[in-house]
Design a protein around this ligand. Sequence first.
Ligand code: FDA
Length: 365
Amino acid sequence: DLKYDYLIVGSGLFGCVFAHEAYKKGKKCLVIDKRSHIGGNIYCENVEGINVHKYGAHIFHTNDREIWDYVNSFVEFNRFTNAPIANYNGKLYNLPFNMNTFYQLWGVKTPDEAKAKIDEQIKDLNITNPQNLEEQALSLVGVDVYEKLIKGYTEKQWGRKATELPAFIIKRLPVRFTFDNNYFKDKYQGIPIGGYNKLIDGLLDGIEVKTEVDFFKEKAYFESIADKIVFTGKIDEYYNFQFGKLAYRSLEFKTEVKDTANYQGNAVVNYTDRETPFTRIIEHKHFEFGTQEKTVITREYPQEWDESKEPYYPVNDAINSEMFRKYKALADNEKDIIFGGRLAEYKYYDMHQVIGSALKKAKSI
Ligand code: FDA
């Protein structure tokens, strides 16, 4: 007989939010995860008293008051504001592109001078119909911003030359004519005080959880114990890869403890030249204004994905989008399975979007 109303496969944000909503409505839930910890990709590991973002830097931001109130009901958020720095061949620039950046590039002091400089550079190039990412970016910001702050970083991220990447990857390149280094435009932004694990613990409070359990290893059993399944793993794996394997981009993180209190003075420093093999260095303590004696830094190396690596970013090209469409058609016909989250929907989702999506799907409970 059925022991649970819902079996939730995956303890990432999607699974946790769904489980919490089901639990609130009196449903009996079991959450399983194949990893040794809960939280999915927002999980943090404590090293030297510092919350280390094990699966990449996570900064919460949203324009949605309801979602902001929702997360703050589990843990209070701090006032962290993402203001990344770019290091190009040893020189530092503020990001996103704003008056500070333009001053650092050209010494211009007014918005009119900055606009004139960019317009002049764009005009000189005379690109009317951009054929690739390089031409697209050049036609939006001109040669200096592109060469120093976009080209190398983008090529490392995609593992391909900018001239071989499609133009559509970059639709807009926001340039700001104010001295404003706040990367995000959203009204609300911050990091949970005490770390993301507190958010996960709050969501799963009172709910049964099992880690180091792979759904596929005991599929028949798990299907037999619950009325409905919420699946947040890879959709192609759920359907035995019958239409092929969906592709991803991956990352390798190399983390180091440094015997100094402050290594780079900022949470995020991007390395925008082509030669430095990593794209950025994260100094985790700065997300929480940490005052520990030591510091922990992580270098991020973009990678081609294969089965041995974490699937981080979906590759939304024509082949993979078409393949996903076929899997989704199967998923749409399922009565007792809800597919949700970044792996099951093969979609790059920010945290606030995953929460929004889970809350929406949970309305059917
Ligand atoms: P998530 O991957 O977190 O959870 C899925 C869980 O399912 C995993 O724990 C996995 O182990 C488990 N699972 C899979 N298959 C299973 C199986 N067969 N059996 C059992 N368990 C299984 N967002 C943002 O708002 N701000 C930011 O700064 C960032 N930064 C960022 C950096 C990097 C490098 C990445 C890749 C992503 C971000 N994000 C982000 C996005 C953020 O990570 C994302 O929105 C959520 O973590 C997604 O939550 P999900 O629950 O969908 O997946």
